[in-house]
Design a protein around this ligand. Structure first.
Ligand code: ADP
Ligand code: MG
Length: 386
């Protein structure tokens, strides 16, 4: 279906075309007409398949300027909160809709002000509850509740917070839940908050025709970083994402890549809000080529032109592997997923490979230069040493 076939205002339609979008993605195709009709939805499709527009377009079409908070979007991380806010602000600008962004790690006062005269609120559960506790958010006009990345909210232990928030919002509302995976136990928990929902599931498998998946079996653990640098240098083109399993590892790998003169930046949940946003800013301005990330921090982020995914640490499950490598080979482009294996990774890798949909081929070990991987923290400047 094309956007101009949707039953939405012509002004909104023009805006979508101006932004360069013509054809709906499958999840949008299935969800938007039903949301317009007023139906509750549970929508599942992989990362990067256009879920944000699937709920933003019908909401923007229905929300009215100056009539109080009419839509609330809950999302697991601050970064997603910022990204979704941007989408709503862009689309909502044509109707002068105001969008409040509510997340932790920053001062609460400016948020209180913007909540006074917004029609749409995008927030993380913790800060949202904070506002509820302070009585600084008024849900009386609310018609739409969106829970985005509900699988992630669940994994991060936020479901109780989400349910508490639901207990404060009007019963008479439309509820839309979106997720990259479909988990039956989660569906069971959430079904009491939904009214006769339409459950839409769009391909959870990987589009593999444009994706090349390789693994390197590294005998000596010390060579892992050297091989990574070698491959990054050889494949130098678009954006790369290097996934690590811990925050500490993310910091170390990012710092060592920088020591090699590569433009890398780190993102993980242990960083300050300011640092995380500045990493995202570098990305958006294309002032970096390599994002080193944990799964949680990278989840759901929309990063363009990713040509290579490196699994520096192997994910524990095939589901997580699919999430990671689904960041490349998007929108018909070619992509590469490269997994670096050392002995401790083999158990996890067997898990990943047990998924028959995945075809990961063994690559021949190239010749590469041996590089240092420095583990100690950099010396602080005011320390004297001889
Ligand atoms: P998801 O939430 O499913 O991970 P996003 O909503 O973040 O995906 O969208 C991923 C990317 O796809 C964004 O850059 C968005 O602008 C783009 N996109 C969304 N809808 C369309 C469409 N109909 N046609 C082309 N690109 C689209
Ligand atoms: Mg999303």
């Amino acid at each position: 279906m094309k956007f101009d076939e949707l039953d939405i205002s012509s002004k909104l339609n023009r805006k979508i075309l101006d932004l360069g979008f013509y054809v709906l993605t499958p999840i949008q195709d299935k969800c938007i007409p039903e949301i317009i009709k007023g139906r509750d939805i549970v929508g599942q499709s992989k990362t990067g398949s256009g879920k944000t527009f699937a709920f933003a377009i019908p909401i923007i079409d229905k929300v009215q300027n100056g009539k109080g908070i009419q839509a609330v979007i809950l999302t697991p991380t601050r970064e997603l909160c910022v990204q979704i806010t941007q989408v709503f602000r862009e689309l909502g600008s044509i109707f002068d809709l105001k969008v409040a962004s509510v997340f932790g790690g920053v001062r609460i006062e400016p948020q209180i002000n913007s909540l006074q005269n917004s029609e749409i609120v995008v927030g993380t559960p913790g800060r949202m509850l904070d506002h509820i506790g302070r009585n600084t958010i008024d849900f009386r006009s609310m018609r739409f509740l969106v829970i985005d990345e509900i699988d992630k909210l669940f994994e991060m232990g936020f479901i109780e917070d989400v349910e508490e928030i639901i207990s404060y919002v009007p019963r008479d509302r439309q509820t839309l839940m979106f997720s990259a995976t479909m988990q039956n136990d989660l569906l069971r928990i959430m079904s009491k908050h939904l009214k006769n929902p339409l459950i839409v599931s769009v391909d959870s498998y990987l589009e593999t025709s444009k994706l090349k998946q390789l693994y390197y079996d590294i005998y000596n653990k010390k060579n892992k970083f050297s091989l990574l640098v070698h491959l990054i240098r050889k494949n130098y083109k678009g954006m790369s994402i290097v996934f690590c399993s811990t925050r500490n590892q993310v910091d170390l790998v990012a710092r060592n890549l920088k020591n090699q003169g590569l433009r890398a930046c780190a993102i993980h949940g242990g960083m300050t809000q300011k640092k995380r946003l500045s990493s995202l800013d570098l990305l958006q301005k294309q002032n970096t080529d390599i994002l080193v990330a944990t799964d949680v921090a990278a989840r759901g982020l929309d990063i363009k032109n990713v040509t290579h995914i490196y699994n520096y640490d192997v994910p524990k499950t095939s589901q997580e592997y699919i999430h990671r490598v689904g960041r490349t080979a998007r929108a018909g482009e070619n992509g590469n997923a490269i997994t670096l294996l050392t002995k401790p990774d083999h158990d996890n890798f067997r898990n990943v490979q047990s998924n028959d949909n995945l075809e990961i081929h063994r690559a021949n070990m190239p010749n590469f230069k041996s590089l240092p991987f420095i583990i100690r923290r950099p010396y602080s400047k005011n320390k004297n040493f001889r």
